[in-house]
Design a protein around this ligand. Structure first.
Ligand SMILES: Nc1ncnc2c1ncn2[C@@H]1O[C@H](COP(=O)(O)OP(=O)(O)OP(=O)(O)O)[C@@H](O)[C@H]1O
Length: 230
């Protein structure tokens, strides 16, 4: 269970509060207007932003004071955080050891994970020589390898076309199922939320609301969300 217990954070004149919990293994979309605080919510969980008050817990463990690198959390951004000077295998290997001093067993595991995401034979390529979809697969391979309990995604596939995006969401769902990870995904596309996430957190009016069933929320949105969805 991921818990945000009486959390409150301010950024300049903006304030966000969150009092909610997400069951282990759930897939949850985060939806809300631009500037409503979706990325802020992820930053609170990832540890990039300390709350002014409240606690963040994962499976009962208080992680509020832990720095990002020591949290049981992986985060995937839209730019996929790939390093251009490193190969595909090295970019994935960073998920295991930031200094890339990898054992034979770790190298074998990387090859296996690259296979699982459909990147076999591309281990030595640099990101610039990959398609957008292949770059997304590299980022997902790293996440798969790290197998952290909580996975945060900030509009991860926004730059991809609809077919490719659907494929990546299916791959992500498969990875999440395999690792048992709890997934929180910010998206601007209600269809992504419908297809990927049974539950959705609405961020509106300075509040991150508890997860609610995605279909009914989008079918009958409250006024703020209705205006945003158009
Ligand atoms: N470093 C900062 N300093 C001050 N205010 C900030 C900072 N970063 C973000 N904000 C403000 O916090 C609010 C929430 O921003 P946030 O990025 O979480 O929104 P968002 O819902 O993710 O938006 P978008 O959909 O446009 O990415 C915004 O009003 C923004 O102006």
């Amino acid at each position: 269970m991921l818990e945000l217990d009486g959390v409150r954070v301010t950024r300049g004149t903006f304030g966000l509060s969150a009092d909610l919990s997400v069951p282990t293994g759930a897939r949850v979309a985060i939806i809300g207007a631009s500037g409503s605080g979706k990325s802020t919510l992820l930053s609170l969980v990832a540890g990039f932003l300390p709350p002014d008050q409240g606690r963040v817990r994962v499976d009962g463990r208080d992680i509020t004071a832990l720095p990002p690198g020591r949290r049981p959390v992986s985060m995937l951004f839209q730019d996929q955080n790939l390093f251009p000077h490193l190969t595909v295998a090295q970019n994935v290997g960073l998920g295991l050891r930031p200094d890339l001093r990898l054992s034979e067993a770790q190298r074998a595991r990387i090859a296996q994970v690259l296979d699982e995401v459909g990147l076999e034979g591309l281990e030595a390529r640099k990101p610039a020589n990959l398609s957008g979809g292949q770059q997304s697969r590299v980022a997902l391979a790293r996440v798969l390898l790290r197998a952290r309990p909580v996975l945060l995604l900030d509009e991860p596939f926004a730059a991809l076309g609809p077919a490719l995006k659907a494929e990546m969401l299916a791959l992500l769902a498969r990875i999440a199922e395999g690792t048992g990870a709890t997934v929180l995904m910010v998206t601007h596309d209600p269809e992504d939320a419908r297809s990927f996430a049974p539950q959705t957190i609405l961020v509106d009016g300075g509040v991150a609301h508890p997860p609610a069933p995605t279909g009914p929320l989008l079918d009958n949105p409250p006024p703020g969300l209705r205006a945003y969805l158009g």
